[in-house]
Design a protein around this ligand. Sequence first.
Ligand code: NAD
Length: 472
Amino acid sequence: MFSIDQIYIDGAFVTPHGEERFELFNPTTENVIGTVRLADADDARRAIAAAKRALPAWSRTTLAERAALLRRMHAAMAAREDELFAAVVQEYGAPVAFARWTSRYAAQVFLDAIDAMEAHDFKRQLGTARVVMQPVGVVGMITPWNSNAGFIGSKLSMALAAGCTAVIKPSEMSALQTRIVTEALHEANAPAGVFNIVTGRGEVVGAAIVESPDVRKISFTGSTAVGKGILRAASNDVKRVTLELGGKSPTIILDDADFATAVPMAIQAGFMNSGQACIAGTRILVPRARLAEFEALAQAVVETTVAGDPANADTSVGPMVSRKQWERVQGYIRKGIDEGARLLAGGEGRPDGYTRGWLVRPTLFTGVRNDMTIAREEIFGPVLSIIAYDDEDEAIAIANDTSYGLSAYVATTSAERGARVAARIDAGRVMVNTLTHEPKAPFGGFKQSGIGREYGVFGLEAYLEPKTIIGL
Ligand code: NAD
């Protein structure tokens, strides 16, 4: 049992003014593994004041000074990779392959931010005007539990590169990861107040950050429902917002696809991070002429997908983060059956051999219509839907018939067809025959998947305001 009792304000670990204790669980065993003392609105205000005091000096640092700090932060985070890996597995049950990727990525983003900063024109001459990019100010950052360390790193590194200071409100369910990240970043010796980390409840600490007139921008990653509330609250003083929200991403299998690679890719796109990924490809669109062939192969892949203890190397689907999320996913599986979809693999309950733990059976439905609940709502678990289509136009229409627009996947043996379909899909990122990430390219959503972009030069610009100076 561990007990996390401190938050980080103005360059120091301090005891929160808030007194609430929040229990942390191991989702594989359902056992309580520790507690965290939560910050309150008072703590949020102290953190914001510290970030505000640190802003004038940090915003005037040279790019070389910023790069030096980001390099130290990278080194400190990289040194904690193994510790972070263990925390991610224990705290939310990430399977080892994803846990390794995300704990490495949480360090790598600091180098990516240096690249973006060095590639950016902070001063441009446009006609008679000099246009300078000015840091937006104090930034409030709010992260979800499903890649908490990675999002703290990607948001903070870009904000610092832009010359902003930050108040970070990590997910209250990620306190172990947050402790490791905070200790690492502290070792990097940033000027006091440049970043502050206050773990607390969203509706308390998150809301205090969003409401503060001293915070000029919010960068939020989380659910669409909470994101809409943040957008409304941010309108009070016209704060800048970047919102990275939910998804219901399509995987379009074109009729020329090589099923030997397309089927495993489609299932992997759906089950990444145990299905608890905003970019998961949860609607698999399959040409009707090849439906039976696809169903048989996909059923075999899902039936052999190992769900269970994430510490085992062959597990690719670990537990859901909480009992509430487990019950929610079970509800969706029931709903799919009730609405007439046909189960090809999985179903309600736990995987064989488990009587405890928030484990879900990897589930694949077919005969799904795009107007069914399981095709419309983000389930955030390992539950995939096969939807048949007749021709390419219909595939694109179904792919775009969603309130989301975060990612899309296309499987084809023709690069030309891949490009043609990608051009017609309304999503922030389209991946043709691949699941690899490109940190230099923008990431974010169309429609209700968000506003704005993160990563690379686009992500850097999200923390900058252009200022036009004429007459010099
Ligand atoms: P969530 O929206 O419940 O919580 C996200 C964060 O917001 C947490 O830190 C929470 O404490 C905080 N919060 C809650 N209420 C708040 C309020 N009223 N004011 C301010 N902050 C508040 O989401 P979650 O369950 O932690 O994460 C899962 C969701 O995140 C999914 O919908 C997923 O798709 C989305 N997500 C999106 C991306 C992306 O890049 N688009 C990435 C990962 C996760």
